[in-house]
Structures are given as C-alpha cells and as structure tokens.
Write a protein that binds this ligand. Sequence first.
Ligand code: PLP
Length: 371
Amino acid sequence: MEIRKDFLPVLRPVADDQELISIGESLNSGWWGKGPRVAEFEKEFAQMVGAKYAVAVTSATHGQDLVFKAMGISNADVINPTISFMTTAVVPLWNNCSSNIVDVERESLTIDPIDVKKNLKKNTKAIIAVNHAGVPADIDSIREFYDGFILEDCAHSCYTPGAGTKGDVAVWSFQAVKTLPTGDGGMITTNNKELYEKLVPMTWLGISSTYSRVAIQNSQKKTPGYAWDYEVNVLGYKCYMIDLTAAIGLVQMKKLGSNLEWRRYIQSRYNAELTPKVKRPVWSETVQYYCARVAPEHRNVLISYLAEKKIHTSVHFKPLHLYEITKQNRSYNIADVEWLKLISLPCHAGMNEDDISYVIYWVNKYFEGVA
Ligand SMILES: Cc1ncc(COP(=O)(O)O)c(C=O)c1O
C-alpha cells in the first residue's frame, strides 16, 4: 500500500455549513455572550441525558472546579483514578484537597472500587469517577460502601445511555476532539435543585446573567430598558458558556447520533479486522478513544512505525501518578502494567472507509512476522 501524503489525525472535529449558519445567526443577532442559545443548549442537553438541570460552562475542567466550590469541598481528601486526564487530579489541588489517586480495573481501565475502598480516608469528601474512553465507571459497586459525594466525569461519554445518572453530579466536555465538540466548553448536569441554583450565578462572579435581566424586564414590563442593577451574595468566578459556542453545540448535538454511529462502525471494523496481536478495548457506545493494547515491547515502536506511515496515534492515558505534580507514595499493580500497552488508533467523524482500511492494513503489516 502506498504511503499517504497527509497525516491521518488520531482525533479531529468536523463541521460544515450548518455550524457556519448557526454561528452567523448568533453574530447577526447582536447577542454574542451568554443568552438564548446557551439556554436552548442547556435545555436540550439536560433532556438528552435525562437530568433536571444543566449549566453550560467554558470547559469540563472549570465545571468540575465550580462543583467543588459550590459544594464547599476543600481541605479534604478526594479520590480519583490514575488513568485519566490531568483535570481530575488537579481540580482537588486547586481546592486545597489532597489528590488521592487510586488504581483502575484491568479490563475497563475505570476506577477500581476495591482500591477505592482500601484508600478511603476519614476525611474523604468526594470521589471523581471517570467513564474512561466512554466505558462507564462502576459507580454501583462504590455505592455499596460509600454514600458520600460522587462527581461522574462524563468527558468521554457523550453520549452513552445511562451516563451521568450514577453520581451526584455529572460534568461533560465539548473540547475540540470530543464526540460533541464546540472548540472548548462543558456542561454540568444534576437533579439537585439547590446545587443548580448555587452554580448558575457562580459562573459569573455571583451576578445573574444580563440576558436573564433583560428577559425579566421584558416580561414584567415595569420600566423601559433592562434591569441593570443586581445583587451579589455569593463568591463567583467567570466560566459561563457564550452563545457563539452554544451555536456550534446545538448543531453538533443534532449530528451526535450519526457521528456516534460512525465511530461505532470504525470500532467494529477494527475489532473484526485487526490482527489478534492487538487487544480490543471494552466495547463503548461513544468510542471517545479506540484504546487498543499491544505487547509493551511493541507499543512505542508501533507508534513510530505508524507515524512513518502518516498515521497519528496517542496514549490515553499515561497514569497521573507518574507526573511530578501528582506523584504518589505507593504502587499501582494494574495501571503501571497496562498503560505501557496502550495505543489509541484514529477514530473520528473525519475518517472514511479508506482511512479505516489504511490503519488496519499498516497495523496488521507491522505485526506480520512478529512472533
Ligand atoms: C477524563 C477527562 N476529564 C476532564 C477533561 C477536561 O475537559 P475540558 O478540556 O473540557 O476541560 C478531559 C479532557 O480531555 C478528560 O479527558
């Protein structure tokens, strides 16, 4: 097979005229900040995931941080899994908590309930359970011995049916390579009214949104203009989503079903056609990443070999306890072994049949003649 000229990215977002039109409408409306499109996106997203409330934010990272601040989780112990993105270990640190990083299950690579139980502390105030690569974390097993606060990290599970319903709150990501991308952005969903009402003003320095004050004034027809005055009685931050972002999100949400179907198709072709030397990931409805595993002695060699063939791959993830800032004083029987095998193959809406065949061909070619 001839080597392609352009790189095949491991992940990438795809847009067409629909996003351009939607952004154009927001630009022309004169309302670019947080307004009606954000409200519409929040409503539709909450409906999709079956939550009572949704709060759109600038990223999942700031969404998680805001939840910690609204819940008053500080100066405590917070458990989170080592196979994850830096967010889940660093948000506890931002809130003066210790980041108590635990091991993962061998097959699913999600937080290991047995290791959670072993590492629970008297002052454990929260657990962050990550649905790794779209595979749901086993929150039911954690609930058997822990009734405290659970934040379900749904950055990879938009949308796996049932995701976001097991924890006390769920946080989703719309970062550029996620299944519902907006460039950057996130959503907090919950059924907890009190938490929701706390979160909303906290996204903007404790101030109720200008758009909501215009709407109040219009509906009550008290005085001309809008209600410019506001009270601030809660310490807030600045992490609300704006309408230009929601304009992309609303279109991407309509495409989500077909996008996910295509990702599952890529997953099924990889599963069917890759050599048995490649271990398949646990089946995922969202396939945020196709996290294959190969023998550790081949992993880095295969990454370089595929790069020479113009195929980008990645590793999701190097364990968090291996970074200087989040290192821990313990060992990790599963993560330390399994992460050395991880290689994410390209899987996204921008791939066509030939791209999938191209990846399969070169991965299988690499393993030809390998004992
Ligand atoms: C597991 C996990 N949690 C949180 C995040 C943070 O998402 P965001 O980039 O929207 O802040 C990511 C980003 O990739 C992630 O992989």
